[in-house]
Design a binder for this molecule. Structure first.
Ligand code: F6R
Length: 612
């Protein structure tokens, strides 16, 4: 969703911010803008469309400044157009603001300000906030930083903001509540951004702002205070991210780069945690809380989209290995359902970004009812990671493509390790099974590598099906969540309507859709449901459906029944999702490319869904 980049220092702010905004494009947006202090004037440049549109509008002009704020906007209040794009001026045009999040009580504040003579240019909640700050600043002669704090005490909602003022050259004020903001500290320079990607090439020293904190950079110094004016010492962390992880590195798209990165990202998720020959398995972030998991009467897993699918895989894993009751919930439903949660429950929140608003709200709710919260996040220092009691990072590296690929397999990897560790501690698996599982896990990256040998074949299949209007994905057991994930991948990047179902549910409705124009992707690996899946395939073939089957290497039965097969190596049933999802990611990618879609930034989608 919206992205923030701001800079104060000695470099050329315009080009630096523009580059930063391009780094944030993956988050999804529909307009962009930059404000600069140029020769004592506060100038705002903004444009609907891509950052390149903003850039071309000002091509050839010398925009010179060493301080500025920039934004990519994903529309919430008011349509995506030039006027609603950020930055926004205050009433006297002496202040400018960029803002991620939503100010929920903006309408009443706006009404009061209109009565006082404020004139608004846009339909946004953000413009109301900067007018409000100006109003408070002038009402009682408050300093700008006090006015920002006083305004933020009044607003309801979520925000990450950066404010600049024509009267204070060299000064930036930033604040956050519920929307991430990271501050990069360089030599005589400071960077502000909604995530670390625009900062990484300049400095690795960063401070993650906490909720209700206000950061002030003035005279080359950073100070941080709470809204109640208590000062906090900035906690400087070192970014572990490398620049090449946020660049395409010769690939056409981030998505295909990230798909092919999976042998490494899965290995990274296990690194330092698993050593099969020594029988070692430990997730450092969980130590101290392992007993809660072992004693849990129930595990409730919350997440959205692909992360929810990883949660479904975890349900099968924890029930199978650790014999514990698991429920998997859409965070968005859970948070508004008055769910029955007690201190005996353990909640696992899964989120790549660690910023998904619904998932964050779900864990706050569960926390308020006394549950222990485990966060499984990819982004280090993210809000969900920080709001959790304990957790494990997935260490997949930055995922830039909007469609989640390597984050999913990393989530499943970490959840598998968790389930094995809990099962071992509970004694629900034998030592022999435990050892065997560790060896099999260690071998997964090599098996994923083998799936890639089928990439050309998958491309050929994609060519045949690229013009389809619909597609059905069916699987059973551990492969049922994979069917859902395959369907989601196809629809989100190719815009082909796709549905995932448990294969046995087909008879209860979806079978009516089957005809010679309906491609059906079956997850049909050799597992405990194999015979049943074979019957389901026959039912589809009997109705002339066109079947693509993901099968285990060496299978001879299913290839004789279906139109196309894609083989994956043999693996333990509980580990199958880590392999069977790969061909589905590739299939979606190739279909989307052949249909000319914007694979990395599909329409209407955002990488990090920070609003409800
Ligand atoms: C699909 C996808 C989304 C996300 C969902 C949750 O490819 O990326 O469905 O999985 O928006 O996001 P996180 O995991 O960041 O909470």
């Amino acid at each position: 969703m919206c992205g923030i980049v701001a800079y104060v220092g000695e470099k050329d702010a315009y080009s630096l911010i523009l580059k930063g905004l391009k780094r944030l494009e993956y988050r999804g947006y529909d307009s962009s803008g930059i404000a600069l202090l140029e020769d004592g004037e506060l100038n705002v440049y903004k444009k609907r469309g891509k950052v390149a549109d903003l850039e071309s509008q000002h091509a050839g002009k010398a925009l010179k400044s060493t301080i500025g704020i920039g934004h990519t906007r994903w529309a919430t209040h008011g349509e995506p157009n030039d006027v609603n794009a950020h930055p926004h001026y205050s009433n006297n045009r002496k202040l400018a603001i960029i803002h991620n999040g939503i100010i929920e009580n903006y309408a009443s504040i706006k009404q009061n300000l209109i009565k006082k003579g404020h004139v608004f240019q846009s339909e946004t909640d953000t413009e109301v906030l900067i007018h409000f700050i100006e109003d408070i600043q002038h009402e009682a002669g408050n300093s700008l930083e006090d006015a920002v704090k006083l305004a933020l005490r009044e607003v309801v909602g979520a925000y990450a903001i950066v404010v600049m003022s024509v009267d204070h050259p060299g000064q930036l004020i930033a604040a956050r509540k519920g929307s991430p903001l990271v501050i990069g500290i360089g030599e005589n320079e400071f960077f502000f951004a909604s995530d670390a990607t625009p900062i990484i090439e300049y400095t690795k020293d960063v401070v993650y702002l906490d909720d209700y904190e206000v950061a002030l950079v003035r005279d080359g110094k950073l100070t941080i205070q709470n809204l109640d004016n208590t000062e906090t010492i900035p906690y400087i962390q070192t970014l572990e991210m490398e620049l090449e992880t946020i660049e395409k590195g010769g690939y056409d798209h981030f998505m295909i780069k990230e798909i092919f990165e999976q042998p490494r990202s899965i290995a990274d998720s296990m690194r330092g945690r698993l050593n099969a020959s020594e029988g070692h398995l430990q997730l450092g972030g969980l130590s101290g809380y392992m007993d809660d998991l072992v004693k849990a009467e129930r595990i409730v897993i919350v997440g959205c989209g692909t992360s929810w699918h990883a949660g479904l895989v975890a349900e099968y894993l924890f029930e199978e290995l650790a014999r514990v009751n698991v429920e998997v919930e859409y965070a968005s439903e859970f948070r508004y359902r008055n769910p029955v949660i007690t201190e005996k429950d353990v909640v696992i929140a899964i989120s790549q970004s660690g910023e998904t608003a619904d998932t964050l709200a779900a864990i706050e709710l569960a926390k308020s009812k006394g549950a222990t919260i485990f966060g499984i996040c990819n982004v280090v220092g993210s809000s969900i990671a920080r709001a959790s009691h304990a957790g494990a990072y997935t260490h997949a590296g930055p995922e830039i493509g909007v469609a989640s690929t390597k984050a999913f397999t990393a989530q499943v990897t970490v959840l598998t390790l968790m389930a094995i560790a809990v099962a071992k501690k509970k004694g629900t698996i034998s030592d022999e099974t435990y050892r065997h599982l560790l060896y099999e896990m260690e071998n997964i990256p090599a098996l994923v590598e083998k799936v890639f040998e089928n990439a050309t074949k998958i491309k050929e299949i994609a060519y045949i099906y690229k013009d389809s209007n619909n597609c059905l994905y069916l699987g059973r057991g551990f492969n049922y969540p994979v069917a859902l994930e395959g369907a989601l991948k196809l629809k989100e990047i190719s815009y082909i309507h796709a549905e995932g179902y448990p294969a046995a549910e087909m008879k209860h409705g979806p079978i009516a859709l089957i005809d010679e124009d309906m491609p059906v992707v079956f997850l049909a690996t050799k597992d405990s449901s194999y015979e049943k899946i074979v019957s389901n395939i026959q039912e589809v073939k009997a109705r002339k459906g066109r079947v693509i089957a993901i099968v285990t290497e060496g299978d001879t039965l299913i290839p004789s029944m279906v139109d196309f097969v894609i083989e994956v190596p043999e693996a333990l049933e509980i580990l199958t999702p880590l392999l069977s999802v790969i061909p589905l990611q590739l299939l979606s990618y190739y279909v989307a490319v052949m249909r000319g879609r914007n694979v990395d930034q599909p329409r209407n989608l955002a990488k990090s869904v920070t609003v409800e």
